[in-house]
Design a protein. Structure first.
Lengths: 297, 359
């Protein structure tokens, strides 16, 4: 008798729990559905349509947009973007990981100060910050005048309007996005694990490589994605610091929509970037799972 | 039993401060070779801090730690943690979450650069010892608390260090497994010839396993002795209270015992040297006897009897004494509640101590 009473009771409880979850997750899900899925579907459908004469699309199905994307011009731009975003990500990791590590070793009061300093640039406008780099890097800018006055170089260097300048700008823009997740990951590692490794005979560096590094790798991967993804899509930095010479896929997509008025081709390019990133995410997730051994650590 | 063994580790005047807290306060201890040494004390008395100083994870503010080596004495404090011939089993296990049980245990052997075959064999042996052979590929997250504890133990003992430090090694195990592991630890100690320092706050565990016990309180070592001496000749009131149960009488030191206001002269013998006139007389419950009127030292009323199967305790209320006295006897207690009884003890069973705080 008790079982016949509890079974529906339990079902009701489960339904209530589901209901509660829906209430909490609902607004966020709705927002994401409306403003992420729908545009995504629009982009997806545009990819198979024909361009309109003044922008927009004509309702004629075609695959020609895809074959156009395979043209070597566009492939090389995509490759260039991957290269620039990749270099930026590697540099961000090389600079960001030690910074994050150093912050975790600070006394707790200074840790907060350091984290605020890391995100401080976000408080000002992105365009203004990027323009500031033009001022810094141009041939009469402070960087060059210091180099010339110290006699390190004879004549001002061409620091602006090349790939290097784009990387510098992107790195500056997205370094905090590397530091924060890596910091969180290092912070979560129990300091006793490092001690255990040393107790078992590992030196400081060995203990770091065997314990802290693998346990913070998922955090570093998240940081890498946080830096790589917006670097790929950025078109402001290549335009301002790359001087229009260094074209990235972000510029290309923007041009297709706003200047060339070839929306379907822009859609194809956007989709291909997205697919590329999804593959990256999948790899990241797989590595993360391997490290945690399938268990929630 | 272990008196004549040579000293392995010698701590002198060890002090460690965390801000305002004196976690370890002027501790001097000798750990002898191949002995089973227990650190016993209430929570927060500095046991873990002392172990961590030995392992090299706390650097003491003062004092020395010297280890007797094959080639002369080693100043342990001058060695980095990874160079000390000391292994620590952490109180919170500190297992590597990204490694399997097997790799956790093999890690220390790999750092020694041992050949793969030997590592595999030793890992398999120790897994057998702790009864986890079936779990060698599991990750720590999928183990129960007791299983994790055994992995931590295995990881520490597989290195066969000269000194093995165990921080509450058995606290998460249930009674049966715990008893097995206690035996196993003793067996290991005899077989492998490792010196053990075990932290525990389970006094029965310390009493049954250790050759010698250091009782700690608030960062200080109160007494170091064999379990029997600790029980029969506590050096301080704290030790008398902490180890087993005891009856205590507060009074003034007198020839042959303590003069207790309202109860007169009670017999006992002093332990150690003290100058203070105030004194506390301590008598164990099993040393109290029920006697006839004439030879009674104290008269009181039975307020309760409890039977524990094979042993009974009798609570006796005595006018002028705070709290009841406890008497324990074999078998059943043949007295009724409310009966007037007379109590006595042999003079060599009463211990006269300085009051708490005074020395
Ligand atoms: N890292 C630290 N920072 C500040 N205080 C500490 C630190 N480690 C220990 N203490 C303090 O030192 C004292 C001794 O701590 P310890 O961990 O050695 O106690 P314990 O005897 O091992 O206790 P338990 O039986 O609960 O494990 C405690 O008062 C504790 O709060
Ligand atoms: Mg402790």
């Amino acid at each position: 008798m008790t079982s016949t009473q509890t079974a529906p009771g339990r079902g009701a409880a489960r339904r209530r729990a589901l209901g509660a979850r829906a209430v909490f997750a609902g607004p966020g899900l709705l927002y994401l559905t409306a403003f992420m899925t729908i545009p995504l579907l629009i982009v997806l459908s545009y990819a198979f349509l024909t361009r309109g004469r003044f922008g927009g699309v004509k309702l004629e199905l075609t695959l020609s947009n895809f074959s156009k994307a395979l043209d070597s011009t566009y492939l090389s731009i995509l490759g260039n973007s991957v290269l620039i975003a990749g270099i930026t990500t590697v540099l961000a990791l090389a600079l960001g990981y030690p910074t994050a590590y150093a912050i975790t070793r600070l006394p707790s009061r200074w840790r907060t100060v350091a984290l605020v300093l890391v995100v401080l640039p976000f408080w000002s406008n992105f365009l203004i910050r990027t323009y500031a780099w033009i001022v810094l890097l141009n041939s009469e800018g402070p960087v060059n005048s210091v180099l010339v006055n110290l006699g390190i170089v004879g004549a001002p260097l061409d620091l602006l309007y090349n790939r290097g300048a784009v990387v510098v700008g992107l790195l500056y823009a997205y370094l905090p996005l590397m530091i924060l997740p890596v910091y969180a990951a290092i912070e979560r590692v129990d300091p006793q694990l490092q001690e255990a490794a040393r107790n078992l005979g590992a030196g400081k560096i060995r203990a770091f490589l065997d314990v802290t590094l693998p346990l913070t790798l998922p955090g570093a991967m998240i940081g890498a994605i946080f830096v790589f993804v917006p670097s790929m899509g950025n078109f402001v930095v290549p335009e301002l610091l790359g001087g229009g010479k260094t074209v990235m896929v972000g510029n290309l997509i923007r041009d297709q929509f706003l200047e060339a008025r070839n929306w379907p081709f822009g859609a194809v390019l956007a989709l291909s970037v997205m697919i590329f990133l999804v593959v990256l995410f999948a790899i990241q997730a797989a590595i993360g799972r391997r490290i945690n051994g399938g268990a929630r650590a | 039993m272990t008196e004549n063994r040579p000293v392995l580790v010698s701590m002198r005047g060890l002090t460690k401060r965390f801000g305002e807290t004196l976690a370890v306060d002027d501790v001097s201890l000798d750990i002898r070779q191949n002995e089973f040494f227990a650190l016993l004390g209430p929570s927060g008395c500095g046991k873990t801090t002392l172990l961590r100083s030995l392992a090299g994870f706390e650097y003491p503010d003062g004092g020395t730690i010297t280890m007797t080596g094959d080639q002369g004495d080693i100043d342990l404090l001058a060695l980095a943690p990874e160079r000390r011939p000391v292994n620590l089993m952490f109180q919170s296990y500190a297992l590597f979450p990204h490694m399997s049980v097997e790799r956790n245990i093999a890690y220390g052997l790999q750092r020694e650069g041992l050949p793969k075959d030997e590592i595999r064999q030793r890992v398999a042996e120790v897994l057998e010892t702790v009864g986890l052979s079936g779990k060698s590929k599991a990750r720590p997250a999928s183990l129960s608390g007791g299983q994790r504890q055994r992995v931590a133990l295995a990881r520490a003992i597989v290195k066969r260090p000269r000194l093995l430090l165990l921080d509450e090694p058995l606290s998460a195990l249930d009674r049966k497994v715990r008893a097995e592991m206690q035996l196993e630890l003793k067996r290991l100690q005899h077989e492998v010839g490792i010196t053990f320092v075990v932290v525990t706050h389970d006094q029965e565990e310390a009493m049954s396993m250790a050759d010698r016990i250091a009782v700690m309180s608030a960062g200080r070592v109160e007494q170091v002795d064999s379990p029997v001496d600790l029980y029969q000749r506590p050096a301080t009131v704290f030790v008398a209270d902490f180890i087993g149960s005891s009856n205590s009488f507060v009074g003034v030191r007198a020839a042959g015992g303590v003069d207790v206001p309202g109860l007169g002269l009670l017999p006992g013998h002093p332990v150690g040297e003290t100058s203070s006139p105030q004194a506390v007389l301590v008598v164990r419950p099993e040393d109290l006897r029920l006697v006839d009127d004439a030879s009674g030292l104290i008269t009181g009323t039975v307020i309760e009897t409890q039977f524990y199967g094979g042993r009974s305790t009798i609570a006796v209320e005595v006018a002028g004494h705070p709290g009841p006295l406890t008497l324990s006897c074999q078998g059943t207690a043949d007295v009724m509640r409310g009966t007037t009884v007379h109590l006595a003890w042999a003079a060599d069973r009463g211990v006269v101590l300085a009051p708490q705080g005074g020395r």
